[in-house]
Design a protein. Structure first.
Length: 189
């Protein structure tokens, strides 16, 4: 997913940021047009309040009240970081672990390591992938054998993926129902 809520507005509680809200902070620009330029900027606290949930005590913002009830069943990875300052390189880094090398995607590595129970279908698919922000490299097998390549279904911004899935699965999907809606039961009947 490209974009989405900020980590400081979802699951990454930052008490220091809250304490320093609206204070001036020295920044050095890292993007085109501001690179190396120093300026003062104001810090901004998250827009939503946080509470701790579950036995694990995970902080969750009020933006996700239903997810908050399931924190003990989720895995939160807070050790990732990147030097990327833009969405494109950061998205590619998230999927492959590199921004400047051609590396297999996480889907390729999982399929390579765990295999698949179905030898008649792709090991994994990507729904409506973007052609930018890493593009096909986000689901690439790179140097792994071709069988570990992800299969793209549809293109970003086109709702046709739901029609395609309906034809494949013999069911009717709409954008509002989403993938996985089977009219109330899991059998698809």
């Amino acid at each position: 997913m490209a974009g989405g809520p900020s980590h400081v507005d979802s699951y990454d509680y930052k008490p220091e940021l809250i304490r320093n809200h609206d204070k001036d902070y020295d920044f050095t620009g890292v993007r085109f047009g501001t690179f190396g330029k120093k300026s003062k900027r104001k810090l901004m606290k998250p827009l939503w309040d946080f509470r701790q949930y579950g036995q694990c005590g995970q902080h969750v913002s009020e933006l996700f009240p239903y997810t908050a009830q399931m924190v003990d069943d989720l895995c939160f990875i807070k050790s990732m970081h990147t030097e990327g300052v833009a969405h494109g390189p950061s998205t590619l880094f998230m999927h492959t672990g590199a921004t400047n090398l051609i590396r297999p995607s996480v889907g390729s590595w999982v399929t390579y390591g765990l295999g698949t129970e179905n030898h008649n279908l792709p090991g994994f698919v990507t729904l409506q992938p973007s052609s930018s922000k890493g593009g096909p490299r986000n689901y690439s097998n790179a140097f792994l054998p071709a069988i570990y390549q992800g299969t793209a279904i549809g293109k970003a911004g086109q709702p046709a993926v739901f029609l395609f899935l309906g034809a494949v699965l013999g069911q009717q999907f709409t954008g509002a129902q989403g993938v996985g809606h089977h009219g109330g039961d899991r059998s698809g009947q």
